[in-house]
Design a protein around this ligand. Structure first.
Ligand code: FPP
Length: 247
């Protein structure tokens, strides 16, 4: 039962502070039912709700969801529209409840590429949920890991060019401070659904020592039981960060 899984997580050694998810398999979920691909994205919002609620119940502090990649702009226009519509629907329907649960939402990525209606939705969900202290929910939208690194390097180069930064002082901490995730700990656990074994340009810097859990479940079918199973898998791992184990 799902409550037994949650009890097992709570009884376990440590709950990951930061969980990141590549929500994959929406298209296949829809195609497998003879439906248009975009209907899978709408259905995927249920799995988002399940993951948020499971994070709150388990005591995860930060949940980061890959909602739309820089590369997704190249998908057929109707699908891009459906994904943006999903974002707007999420902001309209869930903001109040997220705020009431203490979830602070931030949308990270090239938000300036979104159209005016989607940017309004982003502003709305960030405003309504601002200050929530139970869970930080990062929605990665128009996000790519390489693009994020290029942006960070460009901002440092600009400051160096303006004489505000000594290039010799550039180190890992400074670079981290120029990423969208500045101030947040790296993900402890990365979950990827639908069985694909790829990073897909997601959080390339931040995932350096992250444990990876891959499940064959397609994203729209992913529920809180699957989320707790991923946390239990994480609790069985020995994290070494490149050092030798503790035995
Ligand atoms: C990958 O499935 C999933 C995406 C590209 C988008 C994920 C978006 C959502 C779950 C809905 C929006 C969520 C929020 C919070 C607004 P895919 O289409 O690549 O699936 P496939 O690999 O089966 O084709």
């Amino acid at each position: 039962m799902v409550s037994d899984l949650l009890d097992a997580v709570r009884a376990g050694s440590r709950v990951p502070r930061h969980v990141a998810i590549v929500m994959d398999g929406n298209g296949r979920w829809a195609e497998g039912r003879g439906l248009a691909r975009h209907l899978g994205h709408g259905e995927g919002m249920k799995a988002v709700r399940e993951s948020v609620e499971a994070s709150l119940a388990a005591g995860v502090e930060i949940l980061t969801l890959f909602a739309f990649s820089t590369q997704n702009w190249k998908r057929p226009e109707a699908e891009v529209r459906a994904l943006m519509e999903a974002l707007r629907t999420y902001a309209r329907k869930e903001s109040a409840e997220l705020a009431a649960s203490g979830v602070e939402v931030r949308v990270l990525g090239e938000v300036e590429r979104l159209n005016a209606a989607s940017r309004d939705a982003v502003r709305h969900i960030e405003e309504v949920t601002g200050g929530g202290s139970e869970l930080r929910l990062n929605l990665m939208v128009s996000y790519g890991g390489r693009e994020e690194l290029v942006r960070a390097v460009r901002s440092m180069a600009r400051r160096a060019g303006d004489g505000l930064l000594d290039p010799g002082s550039i180190d890992a901490d400074l670079l981290e401070g120029a990423l969208y995730t500045a101030g947040l700990p790296d993900p402890d656990l990365l979950v990827r659904t639908s069985g694909e074994q790829r990073i897909s340009n997601f959080m390339l810097w931040q995932l350096a020592y992250t444990e990876i859990h891959i499940t064959a479940t397609l994203w729209p079918d992913f529920d809180r039981g699957d989320f707790y199973a991923a946390l239990l898998d994480y609790q069985r791992r020995e994290r070494r960060f490149g050092e030798v184990g503790t035995g």
